[in-house]
Design a protein around this ligand. Structure first.
Ligand code: NAP
Length: 305
């Protein structure tokens, strides 16, 4: 008969992902439910599969990219505190290692990561790669992309700004290894040229629209010209809700962070779907695919939408 201590060790070796150190912490993810079905063949590398405590794969039979989204929200449904300098996902997750790892893993799977101008502006210096958000596994993420035949080391970074307010001096646009793209309108491009001159220090693609671009045009361009088969949408809410409205979201990876922060009197703190209003007639229902748990009480939910 095993002592309680050894029973726990045996249980943890059998049922939890092994231990990976990031900021001196133990990375520990346990799968509580997995209804995704068996992968056709092993997709993740062994180390990534162990760290994620299971397989992660995507199949796309659509004539456009499969669109998956990743958000972290508080128990009361908030994704940004909207406090200057403290409005990002890190404040929402409590700088949680497992959340950073999952974010990195999704970026490693993606052909492109998309963000809205406000999310971009609130993350100076950030680049939307797997290794940037979870450096401890940088080599592993690269090995994985190579193993699954991705044609670039990093996903294409796509910044969306209808009005062309993007700061093109950000390091993303000078990075030698990361391909990046600004999707904007005629009006946005004119504003950027006014500010930076005729030769812009970034790749800009123009799409039709007065200030706002129809998400289906963004998706069609990425599919046809940039070979994007898996698009990871990282928000924020203003951009993401326009995708929800056009039914252009296939899966949602939602981290529930166990804190309650309050919406405040001004009610400026958004949910990931703000500002659209769907219920009751047009509510979007999700089908639960998997649930994972991390040691500080974060839950990782995967829904097919
Ligand atoms: N917790 C999380 O997981 C998470 C994830 C992402 C973001 N966030 C946070 O959410 C906040 C930002 O969210 P947000 O909703 O304020 O802004 P956002 O969606 O990141 O960016 C909004 C801007 O994107 C452009 N945009 C949006 N939809 C567009 C469309 N259809 N066509 C063309 N341009 C479009 C517009 O830029 P122009 O005005 O230049 O036209 C708009 O002002 C930040 O604090 C960020 O850190 C949290």
């Amino acid at each position: 008969m095993l002592s309680p201590f050894f029973r726990r060790v045996v249980f943890e070796r059998l049922y939890t992902s092994t231990v990976w150190s990031h900021s001196g912490e133990i990375l520990e993810i346990r799968t509580l439910h997995d209804g995704t079905g068996a992968a056709p063949s092993p997709y993740l590398t062994k180390i990534l599969r162990e760290a994620y405590d299971g397989e992660l794969f995507f199949s796309n039979s659509l004539n456009r990219p499969l669109i998956i989204a990743n958000f972290v929200q508080t128990l009361d449904g908030i994704v940004s505190l909207k406090i200057p300098g403290q409005s990002g996902g890190a404040e929402i997750s409590g700088r949680n290692d497992e959340d950073a790892f999952v974010m990195g893993l999704l970026r490693a799977c993606a052909d492109a990561v998309m963000i809205g101008e406000d999310t971009f502006r609130n993350a100076p210096g950030h680049v939307w790669t797997a290794g940037f958000v979870y450096p401890h596994f940088e080599k592993e993420f690269h090995a994985f992309r190579k193993h699954v035949g991705k044609h670039s080391r990093h996903p294409l970074n796509v910044v969306v700004s209808g009005r062309g307010h993007v700061d093109l001096d950000q390091p993303l646009f000078r990075h030698e290894e990361i391909r990046s793209l600004v999707l904007t309108t005629q009006q946005g491009a004119a504003r950027l040229r006014q500010r930076y001159g005729a030769t812009l220090p970034a790749t800009i693609r123009l799409l039709p629209g007065e200030g706002r671009i129809d998400p289906s045009n963004m998706v069609a361009l990425l599919y046809a010209e940039y070979r994007v088969n898996l698009l990871l949408h990282e928000g924020g809410p203003a951009l993401f809700s326009s995708f929800l409205k056009r039914s252009l979201v296939d899966e949602l990876f939602l981290t529930m962070s166990p804190q309650i922060v309050g919406r405040g009197r001004t009610r400026e703190r958004p949910a990931f779907s703000d500002p659209i209003e769907l219920a009751p007639e047009q509510a979007i229902w999700g089908a639960l695919q998997s649930v994972k748990w991390a040691k500080r009480g974060h839950l990782f939910l995967r829904y097919r939408v």
